[in-house]
Design a protein around this ligand. Structure first.
Ligand SMILES: [Zn+2]
Length: 248
């Protein structure tokens, strides 16, 4: 009886590991972005989708901000994780962004270096993705570009707790995200996808127009931690339009 229980335990651990890892995908080698669509049937959208992210913003229409956007980022995160492809900071859905009163709860933020979305071919050294979900599962990503400049004190706790081993989870709490978001909120907006498999579409993108700053040392540390560039190449816009929402 003991033996059976042990076998069952091993099988459960095994399947949960397999589930957590899913089909293998990467940024280099045979499982790199141009092959994501071929790795698994579940990743079909990566090659067949017509509204993929990231994009190179070359043309855009400027318009007055059509929504009332309120950031409520008072909650603190719990864990910082190195998942082997990015550094991710997880939230308990206590923080949210409200768009015309509709709440999208922050599930996590993570980083890409160099940036994934480009502005007129310009690539910033770092891009942060704040991933939100509403109660019906609709996804909204707020993206922030970073240029090299002053040390970013608000992100300092994230850098100090940065895991250095894949799978490592470290407690992080004192990240005051509310202070990271600037008062002037001009956004590029377009409809896109997740930039990682399964490349799910229907994601509403809001990219802060003005980059924030991080120091050269901060860029160096995250690049050393990531070990390889983790940016998906830009995808065709097809018939999508990018809008620049200007806050009045
Ligand atoms: Zn991302």
């Amino acid at each position: 009886m003991k033996k059976i229980a042990l076998c069952l335990g091993v099988a459960l651990v095994f399947s949960s590991v397999a589930f957590a890892n899913g089909p293998k995908w990467d940024y280099e080698g045979k499982n790199s972005p141009q092959n994501w669509g071929k790795i698994s049937k579940d990743f079909d959208t990566c090659s067949l989708g017509k509204s993929q992210s990231p994009v190179n913003i070359t043309n855009f229409t400027e318009t007055k901000m059509p929504y009332k956007i309120i950031f409520s980022y008072k909650a603190f995160p719990k864990l910082e994780v190195d998942d082997g492809r990015t550094i991710r900071v997880e939230y308990n859905k206590d923080a949210y962004v409200s768009i015309d009163g509709h709440r999208y709860y922050l599930t996590q933020f993570h980083f890409h270096s160099p940036a994934e979305n480009l502005l007129k071919n310009k690539q910033y050294p770092l891009e942060m993705h704040l991933v939100h979900q509403d109660k019906d599962g609709h996804l909204l990503v707020v993206a922030i570009w970073f240029k090299e400049g002053k040390d970013n004190k608000i992100l300092d706790p994230v850098w100090k707790a940065m895991p250095q081993k894949v799978g490592e989870k470290i407690k992080v709490s004192n990240v005051d995200l509310g202070k990271l978001i600037p008062k002037k909120l001009d956004f590029f907006h377009y409809d896109g996808s997740l930039t990682t498999p399964p490349c799910t579409e229907g994601v509403s993108w809001f990219i802060l127009k003005e980059p924030l700053e991080v120091s050269k040392d901060q860029i160096k540390k995250i690049q050393q931690t990531l070990k390889e560039s983790n940016n998906r190449p830009v995808q065709p816009l097809n018939n999508r339009k990018v809008e620049l929402y200007i806050q009045q």
